[in-house]
Design a protein around this ligand. Structure first.
Ligand code: NAI
Length: 335
């Protein structure tokens, strides 16, 4: 059976890493029909929109997308494509598994945790307003519906993957109402659907300190949108950087698979970006599509490549000398 999958290359390093991931997935044993769709800076020039309507329509129609990163201007310009996409497709759960990888030496061993991020509301929505010159507000909206929904998703994931513990990061000592509501919901859903799963809460500043001291004490981390954005990058740093951490955005109808990293303008177009994070996101996509054997093969291929320590086949961020394309070739050769 062939799967129709939307492919959104994005911009910056996006086209390079999506091309590498597409080639690896095609060699995995699963069959695909790709529907390539524009988003980001390139889309503005042609469609006058960063997120053209037909990109959204096609993802809604085919329900699955593999997406490269897109650039969002700082302090000015258009609203984030990612925020729009996640809201419009109601992709409420961002799931980012973070694990120590064979052959990648870091300060820590045996890290194996998953960041579960509420993906549709909170401060990350960028609902801002200039009241008068020099005075700006930024609205943090937290709802019972979205908080309960992400908590249900996190506990369901624990049961499915045999995860033992959920830790909620929050700041309800200061944001008593908004983060307070989030906590009220996670506690209630825990008691209702998964009392057998261990549950605890940490104020996020302490949570960061605990993470860098000993990340192995954590299993599933559950939090609101902006915290999840920041903590995902912190966790990537624990296991080898942004080149090695995948992600998925799930809704009830659609799923969009993308790496944690951004468009990395500093290295774009140079064939040096590590495509592994998107390839790993592709493995999450294979599992989502029921292609369990193909997923296992790709994972085995890149684990083997990393473990080999052959620097001529690894990208620069991993201490090697291979380019984006050569890294993908080395995985394909092992498939
Ligand atoms: P970034 O993640 O693009 O880059 C941070 C650092 O990590 C840079 O030094 C970059 O070279 C390196 N890096 C990132 N991915 C890499 C890879 N695959 N291989 C090797 N090195 C890699 O974050 P930054 O610079 O803060 O953001 C750049 C742009 O990306 C911004 O416009 C931001 O809004 C956007 N962004 C988009 C995301 C998405 O589309 N999902 C997610 C995060 C940021």
């Amino acid at each position: 059976m062939s799967h129709t999958v939307c492919l959104v290359p994005g911009d910056g390093i996006g086209p390079e890493v999506t091309e590498a991931a597409r080639r690896v997935l095609e060699a995995s044993g699963a069959a695909f029909q790709w529907v390539e769709l524009p988003a980001g800076a390139g889309a503005v020039e042609i469609y006058d929109k960063v997120l053209p309507t037909h990109t959204l329509d096609e993802i809604e129609k085919h329900k699955v997308a593999l997406k490269g990163p897109v650039t969002t201007p700082i302090g000015r310009g258009f609203k984030s494509v990612n925020v729009q996409l996640r809201k419009k497709l109601n992709l409420y759960a961002a799931v980012r598994p973070v694990r120590s990888l064979p052959g990648i030496k870091t300060r820590y061993e045996n890290v194996d945790l998953v960041v579960f991020r509420e993906n549709t509301e909170g401060l990350y929505s960028g609902l801002e307003n200039e009241i008068v010159e020099g005075v700006v507000t930024s609205l943090k909206v937290v709802t019972k519906v979205a908080s309960e929904r992400i908590a249900r998703a996190a506990f369901a994931y624990c049961k499915e993957r045999n995860r033992k513990k959920v830790t909620v990061f929050h700041k309800a000592n200061i944001m008593k109402k908004s983060d307070g509501l989030f906590l009220e919901c996670t506690r209630r859903i825990h008691a209702e659907v998964a009392p057998e799963i261990e549950y605890d809460e940490l104020i996020i500043d302490n949570g960061c300190m605990q993470l860098v001291r000993d990340p192995t004490r954590f299993d599933v981390l559950l939090m609101e949108n902006l915290y999840g954005d920041v903590i995902s990058d912190l966790c990537a740093g624990l296991v080898g950087g942004l080149g090695v951490v995948p992600g998925a955005n799930y809704g009830d109808d659609c799923a969009v698979f993308e790496a944690v990293h951004g468009s990395a303008p500093d290295i774009a177009g140079k064939n040096v970006a590590n495509p592994l994070a998107l390839i790993m996101s592709g493995v999450m996509m294979l599992r989502h599509l029921g292609e369990i054997e193909a997923a296992r093969r790709v994972r085995q291929a890149y684990d083997g490549l990393l473990d080999s320590g052959n620097l001529s086949e690894l990208t620069r961020d991993l201490g090697g000398t291979a380019g984006t394309r050569q890294f993908a070739d080395a995985i394909i050769a092992r498939l």
